[in-house]
Design a protein around this ligand. Structure first.
Ligand code: ATP
Length: 357
């Protein structure tokens, strides 16, 4: 059992930067957990404190029930994979993979055997004698992962391990990592600023900003119900439509410039006449209909972008710009209505920026 418990963890750097701010997090045994957030939000610092590479200024970190807050990295039973892989350039691949086992003082035969097994599970068997500079980027990445596997740790810590790969390799490596982690069942913290990676890989994820967790949940939950505007705008490969408006006098509609749509039923009890709101709907949860469809936004198709199997259509209406993902191609300048799925429509408070229900 190796769950990871972070309690009131804080990191203050000299000069007053609070990189991680009184943060609580529990990662279950065997869970694939991602830390996601914009540059500078404290992801790497949190990971490095868990690894023991950075000392926490306050709080407590335990792994498998053991308080490791003051333990050096070698005594924490964690293996970390870095963004730049951190392979030793002068060592052959096999020695790179086996190096942490040497530090653990395993005998040479066992080191070699475990390194060879890890390498072959990552299809690196034929590269054992090479040096890192003689490997492709994807092979170097796999060598770094092989080193982590061979160590047989209780916890994997990944710091943007795929960010140096090109788009295609990154997708392959992502699928591979997901399968590997599921097979090994090792608790994993995965740091990324790539939201599609976090959504694809994680059992649960935390979206961070300014050293704090802003939302914690399963990918689908975070995608469908961002609890604040920051998360809403950060998550999603096409950005969520966020439209400022006002609740109508009758309390039943959201007025958006000259347009009006029904108040989403789930929010009926949370808003009153004339309240300012921000309506949030993902382009995936909108659809096109004949112009002047009641309870919808009617406008003109301004842009259509081909996404491979779908189209991202931008409709302009009374100065509003709304995006919808459609299956069918559309003609520019056509008049259409945009219908939002009411159960997937969200309302936010424009001042607090929080979800209203
Ligand atoms: P990125 O995605 O760019 O790697 P991040 O979310 O991982 O960002 P961190 O590297 O954890 O962010 O940095 C969090 C904050 O702490 C930033 O404001 C950064 O400038 C600051 N910081 C990080 N390391 C140090 C340091 N050694 N000394 C002072 N400030 C630091």
């Amino acid at each position: 059992m190796a769950d990871i418990e972070l309690e009131n963890v804080t990191k203050r750097f000299p000069g007053g930067v609070v990189a991680v701010d009184d943060l609580d997090l529990h990662i279950a045994d065997g869970e694939f957990f991602s830390l996601l957030g914009p540059s500078g939000c404290g992801k790497t610092t949190l990971l490095r404190m868990t690894a023991g590479l950075e000392r926490a200024s306050g709080g407590r970190i335990s792994i498998g029930g053991q308080d490791v807050t003051r333990l050096p990295p070698g005594e924490r039973d964690v293996a970390m994979v870095f963004q730049d892989y951190a392979l030793y350039p002068h060592m052959q691949v096999v020695d790179n993979i086996a190096y942490p086992l040497k530090v653990r003082k395993l005998d040479k035969r066992e080191r070699r055997q475990r390194a060879a097994e890890a390498a072959s599970s990552l299809q690196l068997g034929e590269y054992l004698e090479r040096r890192p500079s003689e490997l492709s980027g994807g092979q170097q990445q796999r060598a770094a992962v092989a080193r982590a596997i061979a160590y047989e740790p209780s916890v994997f810590l990944f710091d943007e391990p795929l960010s140096n790969l090109d788009a295609r390799l990154r997708l392959e490596a992502r699928t591979f990592l997901k399968r590997l982690q599921a097979d090994l069942g090792v608790s994993t913290i995965y740091v990324t600023h790539d939201q599609s990676e976090a959504l694809a890989l994680s059992d649960r994820m935390a979206v961070m900003k300014d050293g704090q967790v802003r939302q914690l949940g399963a990918p689908k939950e975070v995608f469908d119900r961002p609890v604040e505007l920051f998360v809403a705008s950060f998550i999603g490969s096409v950005p969520m439509n966020l439209m400022e408006g006002r609740i109508s006098e009758d309390g039943d509609h959201v007025e958006l410039r000259g347009q009006r749509v029904p108040v989403p039923p789930a929010f009926a009890g949370s808003v009153g006449p004339n309240d300012g709101v921000v309506l949030g709907v993902r382009p995936e949860y909108g659809s096109l209909a004949a112009p002047e469809t009641p309870q919808a936004i009617t406008g003109r198709i301004a842009v259509s972008e081909f996404l491979g199997t779908q189209h991202l259509v931008t409709v302009e209406a009374d100065g509003l710009s709304v995006q919808v993902v459609t299956k069918e191609a559309v003609a520019l300048d056509d008049r259409v209505s945009v219908v939002f799925a009411p159960e997937q429509s969200l309302l936010y408070d424009p001042d607090s920026e929080q979800l209203l229900a």
